[in-house]
Design a binder for this molecule. Structure first.
Ligand code: ZN
Length: 300
């Protein structure tokens, strides 16, 4: 038999155990509630951050990020087929977008693949005004220009001023020669033309005759309104080329940029990624010239 004192002690120990158990349970419940609330609020924060991120991504893809722009694929495919549909560029110009056309003259050369790879990296299409080069060395480069979705234009077969501009007959035969050469190599019925030296060249006094001839053939000639200066006798640094392009295009809504695809002009290749990045930063979309692109002509 327990004495009353012993029973009272046992009871108070029991009470203490119950209180301790309840306290532990209470602390555990409160802890769960606090943690649960914190998890819920973090979940909300995560959702808010996710929403913010997806909004930023959408905004970014709406800017000129060609790799994310599904319309660009249409342009790419169509420009491979032929060069007659410029509806995208016309629409984009109508929408008040600033457009830059990168053009490379005098190729193909040993720099062609490097230029093509850079353009691919940025998913940018350009225009190559080419000459007639040694078939064995450069046949693949002509085909590759077309295959990768760029525009190809004539820049005379020989690029020898005294030969091309000797007479109307010599101009005609040179133009037919480069046209047929390109048609046989690439299958493209090329309609774009750029005069060696531009239409304002001082190498001939009868440029109007040649322009009439081009018009009669349905060819469109394109000069440029931005010069990279990369054909200067003393090779420019890539910084100078970048500055020439960016200063030249400053304030223009449509810039046709003259550059050269030439084996010796490696600073053009060095400058190209920076030029593309800066043009995109400045809000330009970069498009190839097609025969629907409104031309830029020098004053004759
Ligand atoms: Zn040239």
């Amino acid at each position: 038999m327990m004495t009353p004192e012993r029973r009272a002690r046992v009871n108070s120990i029991k009470k203490a155990i119950v209180i301790v158990n309840f306290s532990i349970l209470f602390i555990a419940i409160v802890g769960c509630i606090v943690l649960g609330t914190r998890v819920c609020s973090m979940d909300g924060e995560i959702k808010a951050l996710e929403a913010k991120l997806s909004k930023l991504e959408t905004e970014n893809s709406n800017k000129n990020q060609p790799e994310n722009n599904p319309d660009n694929n249409i342009l790419e495919d169509e420009s491979k087929e032929n060069q007659s549909d410029d509806s995208l560029s016309v629409n984009q110009e109508q929408n008040g977008e600033k457009v830059a056309y990168l053009t490379f003259d005098d190729g193909p050369s040993d720099s062609t693949y490097a230029i093509l790879d850079i353009l691919d990296r940025y998913n940018v299409k350009a225009t190559f005004f080419v000459n007639g080069k040694d078939y064995n060395s450069y046949a693949d480069q002509y085909k590759e220009i077309v295959k990768r979705g760029h525009s190809i234009g004539m820049h005379s077969y020989s690029h020898a001023f005294e030969q091309v501009y000797e007479s109307l007959d010599s101009f005609k035969s040179d133009t037919e020669k480069i046209h047929d050469f390109l048609y046989e190599l690439t299958g493209v019925d090329v309609k774009l033309y750029r005069f060696p030296g531009g239409s304002s060249t001082t190498r001939t006094t009868q440029i109007e005759l040649y322009i009439d001839y081009l018009n009669s053939k349905g060819y469109t000639y394109y000069d440029w309104n931005v010069s990279s200066g990369d054909a200067a006798p003393n090779k420019l640094s890539s910084e100078q080329i970048i500055n020439n392009v960016m200063n030249g295009i400053n304030g223009l809504d449509r810039g046709i940029v003259l550059m050269h695809d030439s084996t010796i002009r490696d600073t053009t290749v060095e400058a190209l990624p920076v030029i593309i990045e800066k043009l995109l930063e400045e809000g330009y979309i970069i498009l190839p010239i097609t025969d629907m692109t409104p031309p830029v002509h020098h004053a004759i």
